[in-house]
Design a protein around this ligand. Structure first.
Ligand SMILES: Cc1cc2nc3c(=O)[nH]c(=O)nc-3n(C[C@H](O)[C@H](O)[C@H](O)COP(=O)(O)OP(=O)(O)OC[C@H]3O[C@@H](n4cnc5c(N)ncnc54)[C@H](O)[C@@H]3O)c2cc1C
Length: 215
């Protein structure tokens, strides 16, 4: 899993403060935006945060991409395996971490499986992933279209997404997906996004840290 910053609104926090001061034109270019943005976050004055945006590139697996794509307020572009074959983008996968189900929480799992159990089943998974990949290549070699052959690729196959959204959406995405209720693999994506968010929106990140991201 890997998250990279692609681009963002120039001087994003200064711009959000500028639009927030629409009712006070004489003070609109006031460079002190930290107090104003922190105040807006504390008061849940969220519309202010819709005026600056950020785009990230995410490399993840198909199962986690499905969860990320549910965040409908974002704009997405995803690698298409109807179009891209091995020459354009090699088919790769990530070995799943194997965890035990949480005894009470059906949305959680625990890293408590014995080492030998993990090793045994990861060996089986490796064979399965290799066999699926071999079958995919054989289908393409036999003249089957990419859009049909891709159906045999497992959920552990990697994919690339561009995810663009405004600061408000990023705040709520990070607040939700960095919590223990989110699957560990998706949480690690959200935590990487949080680090990038803190570089692009440092005042907002500081104000949200003070609230423990309770939005
Ligand atoms: C633990 C967990 C389990 C899930 N299980 C399922 C499942 O079984 N089946 C299924 O179909 N889906 C499931 N989902 C997905 C979930 O239902 C949503 O589709 C997903 O989290 C996307 O959220 P969203 O629609 O709010 O989109 P977003 O794009 O994140 O948000 C939409 C809009 O709402 C705003 N917003 C978000 N949060 C707030 C807030 N607190 N206050 C004000 N505005 C806000 C955003 O800024 C944005 O403008 C699960 C999610 C989680 C976290």
């Amino acid at each position: 899993m890997q998250v990279k910053l692609h681009s963002h609104t120039p001087d994003p926090e200064a711009f959000m403060a500028y639009v927030a001061r629409v009712s006070n034109p004489a003070n609109q270019s006031n460079p002190d935006h930290a107090r104003l943005l922190s105040y807006c976050i504390r008061r849940r004055h969220w519309s202010v945060f819709e005026h600056a945006s950020m785009t990230v590139e995410i490399l993840t697996t198909l199962d986690i991409a499905t969860q990320i794509l549910r965040h409908r307020s974002f704009c997405f572009q995803q690698l298409s395996r109807r179009y891209a074959g091995e020459e354009q983008s090699p088919v790769q996968w990530v070995m799943p971490q194997l965890r035990a189900p949480h005894p009470k929480d059906r949305q959680a799992s625990l890293d408590t499986l014995p080492h030998d159990v993990v090793e045994h089943w990861q060996g089986k998974i490796q064979d399965h992933l290799q066999a699926a990949h071999d079958l995919y290549r054989q289908l393409l070699a036999a003249g089957v279209a990419k859009e049909c052959a891709r159906a045999v690729l497992p959920q552990a196959t990697t994919t690339t997404l561009y995810m663009s959204g405004n600061c408000r959406s990023w705040i709520h995405y990070i607040a939700l997906r960095s919590q223990p209720g989110t699957q560990a693999e998706h949480r690690s994506v959200a935590l990487e996004v949080q680090g990038i968010f803190a570089q692009v929106f440092p005042v907002c990140a500081g104000a949200l840290d003070a609230l423990d991201w309770a939005t």
